[in-house]
Design a protein around this ligand. Structure first.
Ligand code: ASP
Length: 331
C-alpha cells in the first residue's frame, strides 16, 4: 500500500462556525476521521503546519510546505495538502516552481463547505485527492477539486460558492476522477528525479491592473517598494500613450533600474500578444519587457518570485521566465 502524508494548512475544509464567522480549527487528525474509507486507498500520516484561512497564506507558508515535503520526501510515495480554496491556485503554482521534476505527486485540495457538514464537498475532494496521489501515473504538483485533476500551474478559482470552484485555464485537465478511478487525459512521462527543491523566494512582486485613464504616477511609489511589476493590461496587451508619455517614461525608468516588468492581460482566456497593436508593439520593442502569453496570473506572480529568489541578472531572468515548467506556458 502507498504511503501518503497529509499536510494540513486550514481553509473552509477545516473550519467551524464561530460568532465572528467560519474559522479553521479542525486538525489534520480530525479531518482524517471524517474519511475512514481512505484507509482502503493508502496508508496516511498527518502533519499540521498551519490552521489558517488561506487569505492569510504567504510566501513563508509556501516555504514551510516545501521544507516539510523535502524532509519527508523519501519516506512517502506522495503528498496531499489540505488548503483553503481562496489562494489555493497561488500555492499550487508556487509549489510547481519550488518543487520541480517530482516523480511523486503533490496534490492540493480543499472544499467549499466544512468537512463536518452533511452536504459538504470536502469528503469527496479528499478521497479523490488520496486516490490520485496513490495512482502510479500521478507526479508533480496538481490540484484535485470537484472531480478535476488540474496542473498546478493552470488552476484558477472561478466560483466563490459552487462546488465546481476551479478551472484549468487554457489547458486541458490532466484527467478526471470518476467513480473512484483516475481517467487520464494528459500523460507526460514521469520525471526520473531527483526533484529540484528551492527554498528562496522574493515576494516583492506587484500586480497593477490598468483601468481606463489611470494616473502613471503610481509607478514612482511602486518602484521604491517592489522588484517586479506585472501589468494586467487590456486585450492582447498595450500601454496607454496617446497625448501622455507618463506610462512610457515610468516603464523606461523601471527597466533602467534593473527591475522586471511583465505584461499580461485582464482578459481571462487566450493570453497576451503584444505584437498585434502599436500600443503593445512599441513598448515591447523599446523597453524589452517580458510578456506572459497564456500563463495564469497565479503562475506569473509565483514564477517571478521563484526567479528573483535566485538571480537579478536580466538575461537569466528572461530565460527562466520563458522556460516552460509543468505546462505553464504554451506559445
Ligand atoms: N476563506 C476560505 C479559505 O480560503 C475559503 C475556502 O477554503 O473555501 O481559507
Amino acid at each position: 500500500m502507498k504511503r501518503i502524508l497529509l499536510v494540513a494548512t486550514g481553509g473552509t475544509i477545516a473550519s467551524r462556525p464561530t460568532a465572528t464567522g467560519l474559522t479553521p480549527m479542525i486538525t489534520s487528525r480530525e479531518i482524517l476521521e471524517f474519511v475512514p474509507e481512505t484507509a482502503e486507498i493508502c496508508q496516511i500520516d498527518t502533519r499540521q503546519i498551519a490552521n489558517i484561512d488561506s487569505t492569510n497564506m504567504n510566501a513563508a507558508h509556501w516555504l514551510d510546505m516545501v521544507r516539510t515535503i523535502q524532509a519527508e520526501y523519501d519516506r512517502y510515495d506522495g503528498f496531499v495538502i489540505s488548503h483553503g480554496t481562496d489562494t489555493m491556485a497561488y500555492t499550487a503554482a508556487a509549489l510547481s516552481y519550488l518543487i520541480q521534476n517530482s516523480p511523486k505527486p503533490i496534490v492540493l485540495t480543499g472544499s467549499q463547505k466544512s468537512i463536518f457538514l452533511r452536504d459538504t464537498d470536502a469528503r469527496t475532494n479528499l478521497i479523490n485527492a488520496f486516490r490520485y496521489a496513490a495512482d502510479n501515473r500521478a507526479h508533480g504538483v496538481s490540484l484535485v477539486f470537484d472531480g478535476l485533476v488540474i496542473d498546478g500551474t493552470r488552476a484558477r478559482k472561478m466560483r466563490t460558492k459552487s462546488f465546481n470552484a476551479f478551472s484549468s485555464m487554457d489547458f486541458p485537465e490532466l484527467g478526471v476522477m470518476r467513480e473512484g478511478q483516475f481517467l487520464q487525459y494528459i500523460s507526460d512521462p514521469a520525471p526520473l528525479g531527483p526533484p529540484a527543491f528551492t527554498t528562496a523566494l522574493d515576494d516583492r512582486v506587484f500586480v497593477l491592473k490598468l483601468i481606463p485613464g489611470m494616473d502613471a504616477s503610481v509607478f514612482r511609489w511602486l518602484r521604491g517598494h517592489y522588484d517586479a511589476l506585472v501589468i494586467e493590461s487590456f486585450g492582447v496587451g498595450g500601454i496607454p500613450c496617446a497625448g501622455d508619455e507618463g506610462f512610457l517614461t515610468a516603464i523606461g525608468d523601471w527597466v533602467a533600474s534593473g527591475k522586471v516588468i511583465v505584461m499580461t492581460t485582464q482578459v481571462p482566456h487566450e493570453g497576451s500578444d503584444m505584437t498585434v497593436y502599436q500600443v503593445g508593439y512599441q513598448v515591447k520593442e523599446r523597453y524589452g519587457i517580458l510578456e506572459a502569453y497564456d500563463m495564469t496570473l497565479e503562475a506569473i506572480v509565483t514564477k517571478l518570485m521563484w526567479i528573483l529568489g535566485q538571480t537579478r541578472d536580466v538575461e537569466r531572468i528572461r530565460s527562466l521566465f520563458y522556460q516552460p515548467v509543468q505546462h505553464d506556458l504554451i506559445r
